[in-house]
Design a protein. Structure first.
Length: 488
């Protein structure tokens, strides 16, 4: 087996007391991606058997969580058969079933970009980041559900059934990688493609009790849509149930493209050599109070890091007071560009009048504040330097992934008045955009369950290019403190 797959980490053992309400059954349901690939390579099971079992699990659970936008088992079998026929099976994650987020194109599959406005578009091309994703050996069974052009933090766009949280289907699973997180948390798939422009890997990972790492911008193949933009915020990655799966995917992706300006991920398969890290712990938000149970999980994680020999220091929120407003204005500029993007991707079939109210509201916010845009761009660009300066003193920033527990469906309805929605989403997601603006890596780890049984994500950010440190700390916390452990 390829050395891109970690060999030093034992198979994760699921805690029977920490399982979602909606969860698939079957002997392969609890296998992570690395465990699945090992069993295929070792001859314990065939890739065809693994694929068939995944399709059965999807049929079992997806009607209850709405994680799929499109399923094409026949295409998945054809791709697998072609690889086997040509001997193209020497890939680290060969045969592991997955899904591609519906904001990105995979040739031959429908792509809605989560919107009613796209009128059944079928992709004629595969986007470069998706090509890198499947080149690791993963087999895409379909497209995972996502909200409209990734503009919101919950899978509740108009025209589609909501994507539900497997831990409690009355609650959101976050977004915008909503379907990806729901399918992995429900054990239908071991790993899924995800994309993060303002927290869209880490938010659903936190809601769904998963590992969600946003790599340093530029570590993976660049998203074509980011070229030429003044602030590049989108990173591709995965959501997983184990740290080793995230590490294995990044190492496998380097076989296709390796950014020479960053240290390789290859060989990161455990906690590392135990170097002491200086950790800055933040517990406050600039946009509202943070839920008490979320803070409890952060403090418990800080104590676990101290037990591991790291130095944890509480710090005042190190982000400028303008960051949230500047990012919202930039997000509005991206929403304004959705019309151009829609026509470019779909052609005349694109129907902008069918866009969700929140997307239209964001675009309107941008137009109303156009005079402020140059200053916002200047400050957002400067933040990358400010963040780099901060990480010269601290190796890691520890804090909440989200400001609240996963809210009930409807609390973030895209039909809410713009200012009401804005207030709610800024309280829900006050932290994650800072790492998109900085370009630095960040990960949400499933460090706790609330007393009502909902997952709580704890967030770790590191210096630009230092994804290795985040993975090593994640391995250490997974082994020592455990994931999805109930609060006392």
């Amino acid at each position: 087996m390829s050395d891109a797959v970690p060999t030093a980490v034992p198979d994760p053992v699921p805690d029977p007391d920490a399982r979602p309400r909606v969860v698939a059954d079957g002997p392969m349901a609890d296998w992570d991606a690395v465990g699945t690939a090992r069993r295929i390579t070792g001859g314990d099971v065939t890739a065809t058997e693994v694929l068939d079992a995944a399709l059965a699990r999807l049929a079992e659970v997806d009607t209850r969580i709405g994680g799929l936008f499109h399923l094409d088992g026949n295409r998945a079998h054809e791709v697998l058969a072609r690889r086997q026929r040509t001997g193209d099976t020497d890939r680290p994650l060969h045969g592991v079933p997955t899904a591609v987020k519906d904001l990105d194109q995979l040739a031959g599959m429908p792509t809605s970009f989560g919107s009613r406005a796209t009128a059944g578009h079928v992709s004629g091309r595969t986007d470069a980041p998706v090509r890198q994703f499947v080149d690791t050996g993963l087999i895409a069974v379909g497209k995972s559900a996502a909200p409209e052009f990734g503009m919101t933090a919950t899978g509740e766009g108009l025209g589609f059934a909501p994507t539900r949280n497997p831990w409690d289907p009355q609650h959101t699973v976050g977004g915008s990688s909503s379907g990806a997180a729901a399918l992995v948390a429900a054990r239908a798939l071991p790993i899924a493609h995800a994309v993060d422009g303002g927290g869209s890997i880490r938010i659903p990972a936190a809601c769904a009790g998963l590992v969600g790492l946003k790599p340093t911008y530029g570590r993976l193949v660049e998203d074509e849509d980011m070229r030429g933009l003044p602030v590049k915020v989108v990173s591709h990655g995965v959501v997983t149930r184990s740290v080793r799966d995230t590490a294995a995917f990044l190492a496998a992706a380097e076989r296709t493209f390796r950014n020479p300006t960053m240290p390789s991920i290859a060989g990161v398969d455990g906690p590392g050599l135990g170097s002491m890290r200086r950790v800055a712990m933040i517990t406050e938000s600039a946009t509202g109070p943070v839920d008490g149970e979320v803070l409890e999980a952060v403090e418990r994680t800080g104590a676990a890091l101290e037990t591991l020999g790291h130095r944890v220091e509480p710090v005042v929120l190190p982000f400028p007071s303008t960051l949230a407003e500047d990012f919202l204005l930039y997000w509005g500029a991206l929403a304004q560009g959705v019309t151009v993007t829609g026509y470019a991707k779909v052609g005349r079939a694109f129907a902008p009048e069918q866009l969700d109210p929140w997307t239209r509201g964001l675009a309107g916010h941008f137009r109303s504040n156009l005079h402020r845009f140059p200053g916002a761009i200047r400050r957002l660009r400067a933040f990358r330097h400010d963040y780099a300066t901060f990480t010269e003193r601290y190796h890691v920033v520890l804090g909440p992934t989200l400001g609240t527990l996963p809210p009930e469906l409807g609390w973030l309805s895209v039909e809410l008045p713009f200012e009401d929605y804005r207030e709610r989403v800024e309280r829900f997601v006050p932290f994650t955009p800072a790492w998109n603006v900085s370009g630095a890596p960040a990960v949400s780890l499933p460090m706790a369950l609330s007393r009502s049984g909902l997952p709580i994500g704890v967030h770790l950010g590191a210096a630009h290019g230092d994804d290795r440190t985040l993975l090593e700390l994640a391995f250490a916390l997974e082994a020592s403190a455990g994931f999805n452990r109930p609060l006392g």
